[in-house]
Design a protein around this ligand. Structure first.
Ligand code: ASP
Length: 353
């Protein structure tokens, strides 16, 4: 993968250097008449459609994935690859913008927030609902503002030093965001954590909620994610056969259990027995709520009391996206379930409170 420098107004040694990593997504897609669908296209067309880039006063370089991805094809190997690209380029660049499809952006941003331990530079994900070549595209504003946020400095330090998603005027913590809208431009929300910045005439940062900048932090990139996990969403009427078949998957190590309300599940005898049996067999069960806002409080109702008793781990106020990637990360860190549970119970990168 080659790094190409884009022409901007940057003119000296002291200019901020931003590396754009283009993974694919609608932002750079074009209409393909043959297949009658949108397909990823290469980055060369983006500066043509975005002459505004030439007016920015910092350096921009671009690294394009050999194979551009619709983000529905994103997977843990690509996340590790992305983390390695950041590791390799960490000393040469001040910040990173990742162009990514919106569909799985919240998963990718969550995964990166765990893989990049000790990060003290901005990593801003962005994308678009409409391709950059379309007249009403949202790609221009999203991309230009993500670049400006990535290049922003306060007292000679990066204003932002964490993994974020910038979309439709809002800067959100990556592992708190979720895609909640597939048609309107406001694709992302963060129900359980305040917006980190809002871009109007000025970009207003919500300073108390930004991750604290640590000048002594040293980047340590983790490269192991365990894919032996599943998301099991409860629904009224779910049967023993379905739950048992899922829990019996060969090699399964962890389950994100999407429960009702504040972490509640059926109290039918078969369900309690199954949960107990598989927790005792060493399957980690991580309890998150199907609600967008609020939190899991195991023990609040009788319908969640048993979860607490058998050792189900509470996912507190985490999103499912942040929970499943955290489970992959924690299982990748250790084969000892006690260690894994310890990682799950604590905030690794601001994903829970
Ligand atoms: N399917 C596209 C993707 O996630 C949608 C988008 O980019 O908005 O890659």
């Amino acid at each position: 993968m080659k790094i190409i420098k884009i022409k901007t107004k940057a003119d000296g040694e002291n200019d901020v250097k931003v590396l754009v990593i283009y993974t694919g997504g609608t932002l750079g897609m074009v209409y393909d008449a043959k297949s009658d669908s949108l397909v990823p296209f290469d980055f060369a067309q983006i500066p043509d459609n975005l002459p505004e880039m030439a007016r920015l006063d910092f350096e921009i370089s671009v690294l394009t994935f050999d194979k551009l991805l619709d983000s529905s094809n994103m997977n843990p190997d690509v996340w590790v690859n992305l983390a390695e690209i950041i590791e390799e380029n960490y000393t040469n660049f001040d910040s990173f913008v990742i162009l990514h499809g919106t569909d799985t952006m919240a998963y990718s941003a969550s995964a990166m927030s765990y893989l990049l331990e000790g990060l003290n530079k901005p990593v801003i994900f962005t994308g678009a609902q409409l391709p950059i070549g379309v007249a009403r595209t949202d790609a221009k504003e999203n991309f230009i503002t993500a670049l400006e946020i990535a290049a922003s400095r306060t007292h000679n330090r990066p204003t932002v030093s964490e993994v974020c998603i910038y979309f439709n005027s809002l800067l959100l913590r990556g592992n708190r965001a979720r895609k909640h809208e597939s048609v309107q431009f406001n694709a992302f929300e963060s129900e359980n954590y305040p917006v980190l910045a809002e871009a109007g005439i000025k970009i207003e940062y919500n300073k108390p909620y930004l991750k604290h900048y640590d000048s002594d932090a040293i980047l340590k990139v983790h490269k192991s994610l365990d894919e032996n996990v599943v998301i099991l969403k409860l629904f009224p009427g779910i049967t023993e056969k379905v739950v048992r078949n899922i829990l019996e998957i060969k090699g399964l190590r962890g389950v994100v259990l999407e429960t009702f309300g504040s972490g509640n599940a059926p109290t039918s005898e078969w369900f309690l027995k199954l949960m107990k049996e598989f927790v005792e067999k060493g399957i980690i069960i991580f309890n998150v709520s199907q609600c967008n806002g609020g939190r899991v409080t195991q023990g609040r109702y009788q319908t969640s009391q048993f979860m607490l008793e058998i050792g189900v781990v509470s996912g507190a106020d985490m999103t499912t996206e942040a929970a499943i990637t955290k489970l992959m990360f924690a299982l990748g860190q250790s084969v000892d379930n006690q260690e894994v549970k310890k990682i799950l119970k604590h905030s690794v990168s601001g994903e829970m409170s």
